[in-house]
Design a protein around this ligand. Structure first.
Ligand code: AMP
Length: 287
């Protein structure tokens, strides 16, 4: 069946009425559009977890800082709807800003707590407040059984899980591994901003993460040394942070799953990436 596009809350509820009364499991894929294979991977996971798939396309103003790319963020709804429909999405929810933020309601926002102020939050202090607010609104409007988020935005995924637990939202949050180009660059809507030379320089991020993971046998210091070595040697990469954490973004521990996260500016474009791996049990903790 052809994909439906709902741009108002009334349209959305109409589209969801039959699936809901029919007892179908609704899986939601939230996006900001500029659909690429990373998003389509989330749709594939959504189809495994639900029998009615909704995707949202909404460039959420509250998660952008004043000097960020909200205005020039790539937008092409027709193309997005085609791609999402071909991938098996049943309804695309594409609201405007007033629908998501009715005038007079802007003052109520979700506070992400301390985890929203570290890593990405240190460089984008209001980002996760905007993200968790829009995710809470989407969950309230669609009441999905499951929602799929990419590990590409790893801190976001962890914080959305906190949101669901804290507010008893009852949504099963599923993470999907990062989809990469053949050369390792993580797919991102912002990759279109990169010139050829910048795209080459951007490979330092995924390369650094792999080198770091390969050094895990030597312990946490060795991981950071190896990854920093790659980033230091790369031209045109302005590092914001490189951090090694456990799976919940706390301190890394031997014998436990770890995450190595990086954010850097390549030219005028800010990119993030991360990689999960196990830290061996028999190495020393970082001092
Ligand atoms: P965005 O449209 O950038 O807000 O992303 C929407 C969702 O797609 C988020 O859950 C992202 O983590 C996820 N996503 C974006 N790029 C990728 C990727 N390369 N691999 C997996 N998930 C991704």
């Amino acid at each position: 069946m052809a994909v439906r596009v709902a741009s108002t809350i009334v349209d959305l509820h109409e589209s969801l009425a039959d699936p809901r009364t029919g007892g179908r499991r609704i899986a939601l894929v939230p996006t900001m559009g500029a659909i690429h294979d990373g998003h389509l991977g989330l749709v594939e996971t959504a189809r495994e977890h639900g029998d009615f798939v909704a995707a949202s396309v909404f460039v959420n103003p509250t998660q952008f800082g004043p000097d960020e790319d909200f205005e020039r963020y790539p937008r092409d709804l027709d193309r997005d709807v085609d791609l999402l429909g071909s991938a098996g999405v049943d309804v695309v929810f594409a609201p405007d800003v007033e629908t998501m933020y009715p005038p007079g309601t802007e003052s109520v926002m979700v506070d992400p707590g301390p985890l929203g102020q570290v890593l990405e939050g240190e460089f984008r202090p209001t980002h996760f407040r905007g993200v968790l607010t829009v995710v809470a609104k989407l969950f309230a409007l669609l009441r999905p059984n499951t929602a799929i988020f990419g590990e590409k935005d790893y801190q976001q995924l962890v914080l959305v899980r906190h949101l669901v637990r804290s507010l008893h939202l009852g949504v099963d949050v599923v993470g999907r591994p990062i989809v990469r180009d053949d050369d390792g660059l993580a797919k991102s809507s912002r990759n279109v901003y990169l010139s050829d030379a910048e795209r080459k320089a951007a490979l330092a991020l995924s390369h650094a993460l792999r080198e770091g993971a390969d050094a895990a046998v030597g312990g946490t210091d060795a991981v950071l040394r190896a990854a920093n070595g790659v980033l230091d040697a790369a031209g045109d990469v302005g590092l914001d942070y490189l951090a090694l954490t456990d799976a919940e973004l706390g301190d890394p521990a031997p014998g436990e799953p770890a995450r190595l996260l990086v954010a850097a500016r390549v030219g005028a474009t800010r990119l993030i990436d991360n990689l999960g791996f196990d830290l061996p049990a028999d190495t020393k903790r970082a001092t």
